[in-house]
Every structure is written in C-alpha cells, then in structure tokens.
Design a protein around this ligand. Structure first.
Ligand code: ADP
Ligand code: MG
Length: 621
C-alpha cells in the first residue's frame, strides 16, 4: 500500500491553529493589544467597527519591526520572545507561541504598518487570507498599526457562529479591560463605531480601576498588600456593603496576566465570610506575583488558567491577606491611606448620595447559634408593590374542580392589572368567610385548610408566579404604567453592564422603565414601573445583568420570558417576610387567578395539598 501521510500546507495548518487562537473578534483584540504591550508601547489605541466583525485596529507607539521582521512575524512559530524550551519557565511577555499573527492573517484581511525608531521609513504590508498581496516602504510614525478586516471572511461557518453585536462587543470590552487593568502605566483608548468607549490615561492602579469602572468605585476599594517568599500580593478588594449581585468585577492577575481561578476565588470569598448577605459578590482586583518557574501558563491555549506549584499555601496567604485588610478597614475606615482625594471630585455634583442597596447584614452575629429572622423585608417592596387588591368576589375553591382554563386565559388579557389578578371567576362567597383560617407558618408557608384537604403554599414561589405572569402580560399585551421620578436617578454601571441594559432597553421600556444611557458609566433613569420603588431599581438591573452574563436569549420571545423571570425573582417577596392576613388573602387569590398556579416560573412546586384521606392513612384511622 502506498504511503498516505503528508505534511499540511502552511495555510491549512494556520487555519487550524486559528480555530484555537481566534474564537471571536475579542480574541484578535487580545492578541493585538498584548503584542503592543510586549513591544513596550506607552500608548495603545483600539479602534473597532461592528464589535470587531468589520474592523479591529490596534495602533501602538512601541518598538516597531524591521523590514525583515515585518514579513517574518506572519510566519507560524515566528516569535522574538523565546528561543529555548527553558525560556518557557521564565516568561516575562504576554505572547510566546508565535502563532497569533499567522493565525489571524489566515482568516482575515490584514494591513500592517510598522517602523522602528532609528529607521527613516517604515514597512507597509497587506496580506489576505494568508497570502501577501503587497509590501512597500511607507511613511509612518514609530510603532505598529495592525488593521484586521473582515474576520472569518473565508470561513463563513465561523462568521455565522458569531453572536449579536452587543454580545461580541462585551467580549471585546472584557479583553480590553483585562489588559488595561494589568498595565495602568499605559495610556489606552478604545473607539467603537466612531465613539470613545474608554480613554484611560497612564495612572496608578487605583486611578485606573476607577477610570474603568466609574467614579463611584473609589469609595468602595480597600487596599490589600502582602509579601511572602512564595508570593507578593497587592491590589484592592471592595468593602462588603458594596457587594453586588453579579461577578463582573472580579479579577486575578498573575505575573501581569489575567487569569481565572475558582480556587483562588474561593479563598477570597472565604475571607468575606459573615460579611456578605445572600449570594452577593464583592469586587476584587488582585495582583499576584510569583517566581515564573513556580507556575505553568502553558496548559491552556488562551492562557487564562494556570497551574501553581503550591496552591494550598497561596490559598491560605490570599485568604488571610484579604481578611486582614477587611478587618483593618472595619476598625478604622479613615486609615484608607491610599485614597486619592482628586478622584472624588468628578461625581460630587450628583444631586444626592445614594446608599448602597446591598448592605451588610447588620443582624448577622457569627456568635449567635440561631440566626435572627431578617426583618428587613418587612418594609420592602411587597406592600407598596402589592399587586393584590382585595377582591371580595374572588374565591379559590374552584381550583379543586378543574380550573376553568378558558376563563383564565381571558382574564389575563383584561385591561387593568387589578382586574387581571382578581376577576370574577370564583363566586363561592361561602369560602370567603373562612379566609381567617389561613395563616402563615415560619414566615414561609401559607396554610389554608379547605374542605377535605390542607393546602400549603410557599409564599415566595407563589409571588414569583404572580409577578411573572403580570410582567409577561405587560410586555406582550399591555404596556406597564410608568411613574416619572421627580429627580432622575443616576446609576453607575461599567461599559459591559451598560451594553447589556442597552440591549434590553425596548423590553424594559414596555415594563415602565424609562432610562437613557449617558456615557460609558452613567445611566439616567427618568421613570420606573408603578408600584416599584426607586431604591429597588439598581438591584433589579444588577440581577438582570448578572443573569444575562450566563448567556443572552436570542429570540424576543425568550428574551421577554427571561426578563419576566428575572424581575419576578428580584421583586417577589422572600421567604422570611411577615405577611398580614390581608396580604395572605390577596396573594392566594392572585395565585389562583394565574394561568399556571402550580409551578413557579422556575418550575418548582408552588403548593402542595394533603387530603384528609392521606392524613387518615398517616394516623392509621
Ligand atoms: P508572539 O506574540 O507569541 O511572539 P505573535 O504572532 O503575536 O507571536 O507575534 C509574532 C512576533 O511579531 C512577535 O514575537 C513580535 O516580535 C512581533 N510583533 C507582533 N506585534 C508587534 C507589535 N505590535 N510591535 C512590534 N513587534 C510586534
Ligand atoms: Mg502575540
């Protein structure tokens, strides 16, 4: 039999490598910006069009390349950064594989201009789908400019696989931020579709974090610092009361490289033990320096996961460092020595200071064995927010006689919310008198004895169901009412978060949220849904962003469904909330006016019933 093995032609090998290196426009952004950093640039400008699908350009003022290097850099395994295998254990640059440019050039149109300081003229190269189409001398400033156009032009399958512009833009912003946070001493600019998203002058680390995440960030930060034999740690963690619902602002950098580590995250979270309420997440920007030979950064193609020699020690040191700083801060907040007063200025003109919505659980006492019931919810949304008007005609006994589904369908499209949640379908007035037998157990369950059975309703899930159907109704049938705020509310989000909210703006508008995105960090809210409280808005949005980070539904149907679910989850009364008998009554009536009262929007049972027969059995009667 003849031999069948042959070497792949370079352009095929490059395209295959590209599959690993370039998943989406943001991967190109990462590679180009990192190359600029490696070239010792002090000023790096990123220009993108259509989230990078049409154009990604990175202009730097770094060392540039000679004519020969300009040509060579597009070859596979062409790198100036390592020479020997041992160098892999002493990496001080971002890149070292020498495959990024070859990969990018094989799946896009690339134009490069580059010049070294000592040269009169620079080099201009055009390369399309891996083929050089021109190379000539050119007049260009010192440094390098890469323009990558029409990414995946020769791999339509990959191109079609890309997500919406907003999703891709968020990935680009993520990559940009990671490098910008690693190198505060470099001036970074990002211009997207002609408008400036970031302009980050060279500064110290604290100023850089504030410039990326907004002026309000400054007051949240507590510095951390530790130096041991195996690791040096510096950076910032957020004060517990500023913890958010989402994990967007958590960063680890190891030897100037952004990494992800569930293990180290756990170490940080354990340092916050007892200081955070619910599932809230602190922000952190933690920079670790370890001897290069004690880590392996080569285990993952996109290099965001690394292996440490001594993970356990690192865990313990990190945990105690964070804990120590938090403790110090709690004792004497004024000792925040690194505070830079100039940073406080830009946002002082805001009309009023808003207290953070997610606060430290002041009732929390680590030494108390039985934790107190949270009373905070007593004043929360439920009362003001209640969608349940007492409906004297509404009984609910008929749930046992097979719900009149048709009537329910009709009810849900009625003109007003009130009519929608009550309605006249239950006429049994006899049962009304018995609602006084309904009561709340453990501020969690509503117990309703009825005829020959006992119904036990979980209050949180019941309210989620009621709100879910109401929100869906508002989005699809009847626009929700909006109350205009006397003073517009300024909310601060980072660019990534704002782009999520922008995408949801039409649907949120339907529900009564009237807002405008002012700049890359501020959003002005002019109107909110009736019966919603101003103080809830920011946490509602935070939760939305958090959940959307897990993946954005593409169709508008599922987007509405998603929004309704998320809002229902944020706004529904929680277990642990005391309910008056009127509220119990309203909730139960509203629940059984729902299309599907039996399950929560998250497919969990809302109530159970126990018949007297079953009780009899248990008692052996
Ligand atoms: P790597 O970064 O892993 O070495 P790349 O394919 O990204 O591989 O780049 C190949 C080489 O091209 C680099 O090693 C570097 O010498 C040169 N290079 C790439 N981008 C720049 C730039 N912006 N300025 C100067 N040299 C660059
Ligand atoms: Mg590189």
């Amino acid at each position: 039999m003849s031999s069948i093995i042959q070497l792949l032609p370079d352009h095929v090998a490059n395209q295959i490598a590209a599959g690993e290196v370039v998943q989406r426009p943001s991967s190109v952004v990462k590679e180009l910006i990192e190359n600029a950093v490696d070239a010792k640039a002090t000023d790096i400008k990123l220009i993108a069009k259509d989230a990078g699908k049409t154009l990604i350009q990175v202009i730097d003022n770094g060392v540039g390349m000679s004519v020969t290097d300009a040509r060579l850099c597009f070859e596979r395994h062409a790198t100036s950064k390592i020479k020997h295998a041992e160098d892999l254990f002493a990496i001080h640059t971002k890149g070292f594989r020498g495959e990024a440019l070859a990969s990018v050039a094989s799946i896009a149109h690339v134009e490069m201009k580059t010049k070294q300081a000592q040269d009169e003229l620079g080099t201009h190269i055009v390369i399309e789908g891996g083929k050089f189409t021109s190379q000539e001398p050119t007049v260009t400033p010192m440094g390098t400019s890469f323009a990558v156009k029409n990414l995946f032009f020769n791999i339509p399958a990959r191109r079609n696989f890309l997500k919406s512009e907003n999703v891709e833009l968020r990935h680009v912003i993520d990559e940009f931020q990671r490098v910008a946070l690693t190198h505060p001493n470099i001036h970074f600019t990002f211009i997207h579709n002609g408008s400036e998203v970031f302009n980050l002058p060279a500064s110290n680390l604290r100023q850089r974090i504030v410039a990326v995440f907004g002026g309000k960030t400054n007051e949240k930060l507590v510095p951390i610092q530790e130096e041991t034999e195996i690791v040096k740690i510096h950076g910032f963690v957020s004060k517990p009361e500023f913890a958010k619902k989402n994990r967007g602002e958590q960063f680890f950098f190891v030897n100037q490289r952004f990494i992800k580590s569930g293990y180290l995250h756990h170490a940080v979270m354990s340092a916050y033990e007892g200081l955070l309420r619910d599932a809230s997440q602190p922000a952190y920007f933690i920079y670790l320096e370890v001897p290069p030979h004690t880590i392996d950064i080569n285990i993952h193609p996109t290099k965001t996961e690394i292996k440490f020699d001594d993970e356990h020690a690192l865990y313990a040191i990190l945990r105690s460092t964070v804990k120590h700083s938090l403790g110090q801060f709690n004792v004497s907040p004024v000792l925040d020595f690194e505070r830079d007063p100039s940073l406080d200025v830009p946002y002082n003109y805001q009309p009023e200071e808003r207290t953070p919505l997610i606060q430290v659980d002041t009732l929390f006492n680590p030494f108390e064995t039985e934790s107190k019931q949270s009373t905070e919810n007593k004043n929360s949304s439920f009362r003001e927010n209640s969608h349940f008007k007492p409906s004297p005609t509404a009984g609910w006994e008929s749930m046992y006689v097979g719900l009149k589904q048709d009537t329910l369908e009709l009810e849900s499209t009625l003109e007003t919310d009130e009519a929608w949640v009550s309605g006249s379908l239950f006429n049994d007035t006899e049962i009304e008198n018995k609602t006084s037998h309904w009561y709340q157990l453990q501020q969690k369950y509503i117990i309703c004895p009825i005829k020959s059975s006992l119904t036990i309703i979980n209050q949180q899930r019941a309210h989620q169901r009621v709100m879910y159907e109401m929100f869906l109704n508002q989005m699809t049938v009847k626009q929700g009412g909006s109350q205009q705020l006397l003073f517009p509310l300024s909310l601060y989000f980072n660019a990534h978060e704002l782009s999520v909210l922008q995408e949801l703006q039409p649907a949120l508008h339907q529900m009564g949220y009237d807002f405008k995105i002012e700049s890359n960090q501020v959003m002005q809210v002019f109107g909110i849904p009736v019966r919603t409280q101003e103080s809830e808005v920011s946490s509602v949005f935070e939760r939305l962003i958090h959940e959307l980070n897990q993946g954005i539904p593409e169709s508008s149907y599922s987007q509405n469904d998603f929004l309704a679910k998320s809002l229902a989850k944020s706004l529904a009364i929680k277990n642990g909330t005391y309910l008056s008998s009127e509220e119990i009554e309203n909730l139960v009536h509203a629940l059984f006016a729902c299309k599907d009262a039996s399950v929560s929007p998250f497919q969990k049972p809302v109530f159970i019933t126990i018949s007297v027969d079953e009780l009899d059995k248990k008692f052996n009667i």
